[in-house]
Design a protein around this ligand. Structure first.
Ligand code: ZN
Length: 292
């Protein structure tokens, strides 16, 4: 689940830093998944200026188990690394934005989004095609049901979440420069699985106000209204006083697909994806109708 990933991912993100301090020539990390398979999982890692930038790679869980067995049998084993990854120069890219203007309070914005970019091993279907599609679906559902929001509902497909959150940082920077008032920001970036609840972050009174609606979601088994991380792409808006809301889907299988070749369209369940979109649309409706 998400908490398990959070507890283990420092081996990938900071393993090279720690290994280099011990004089390691390279670091080989077991992929961040409980699935036992042959798919290596990539992801962000970093260096600090004070230590050598040693090669770092992640191998599949099957590969890691094999390596562990071989290491126990042969203490003098040699490992050959042949890597061809490289960092290419930056290119100009864009967030993609669409909105329905509010009928009564057009200057009050409810922003909802996911991220456009993905790791190149897979298609990024769960991470984060799901979040982008679910966000778009909210506007579609509003139009289909003939709901004209009182406040502006804006959908943003953020660029470059995985490699530096630069689309989201630019969005928040422009929101501040243009003096836009973002009442709430919602994000879906935990996979297209059955919705279980929402993680909330913001002023205590506003968070409590949103929690009052939890009973409306309970019949759909969406009952986890916790205080937590809203989402990486909406996080930069927090210092403008925006209340953050992160969709919490069932994360038991997410890390089987996360950042690997298995993150492809056929591994997203259409019905579960739709239930997440419906939960998000219901939350946006409540935010728009009652305010916070
Ligand atoms: Zn993501």
């Amino acid at each position: 689940v998400g908490a398990a990933y959070g507890g283990a991912v420092n081996q990938r993100s900071q393993g090279a830093i720690v290994a280099a301090r011990y004089g390691a020539l390279a670091v080989i990390v077991r992929s961040m998944t409980t699935g036992i398979d042959d798919y290596p999982h990539t992801g962000a890692m970093r260096y600090v200026d004070t230590v050598a930038k040693i090669p770092a790679c992640a191998i599949s869980t099957k590969g890691a188990e094999h390596l562990s067995v071989v290491l126990k049998q042969h203490k003098d084993i040699r490992f050959f690394l042949n890597m061809n990854c490289q960092t290419l120069p930056d290119e100009v890219s864009y967030n993609v934005v669409g909105e329905i203007k509010g009928s009564e309070h057009p200057d009050e914005i409810i922003v909802v989004g996911g991220h456009l970019d993905s790791w190149d091993l897979g298609e990024g279907a769960h991470d984060d095609g799901a979040g982008v599609v679910q966000s778009m679906e909210i506007l579609y559902l509003f139009k289909k049901l003939g709901i004209r929001p009182k406040r502006t509902v804006r959908i943003v497909a953020f660029m470059n979440e995985e490699n530096g959150v630069r689309g989201a940082n630019k969005y928040a920077e422009l929101a501040a420069a243009n003096k836009e008032k973002h009442m709430a920001a919602m994000e879906s970036d935990s996979g297209g699985f059955s919705p279980m609840g929402f993680q909330l972050h913001g002023e205590a009174g506003k968070v409590a106000h949103i929690k009052q609606w939890s009973g409306l979601f309970t019949p759909y088994f969406i009952y986890e209204f916790g205080n937590g991380h809203g989402g990486t792409d909406i996080e930069p808006l927090a210092k403008q006083g925006t209340t953050l809301i992160g969709l919490s889907p069932n994360s038991q299988r997410y890390f089987d697909y996360h950042h690997c070749a298995l993150d492809k369209l056929e591994n997203v369940d259409e019905r579960e994806l739709e239930m997440g979109a419906a939960a998000m649309a219901a939350m946006v409706y409540l935010l728009d109708h009652y305010g916070i």
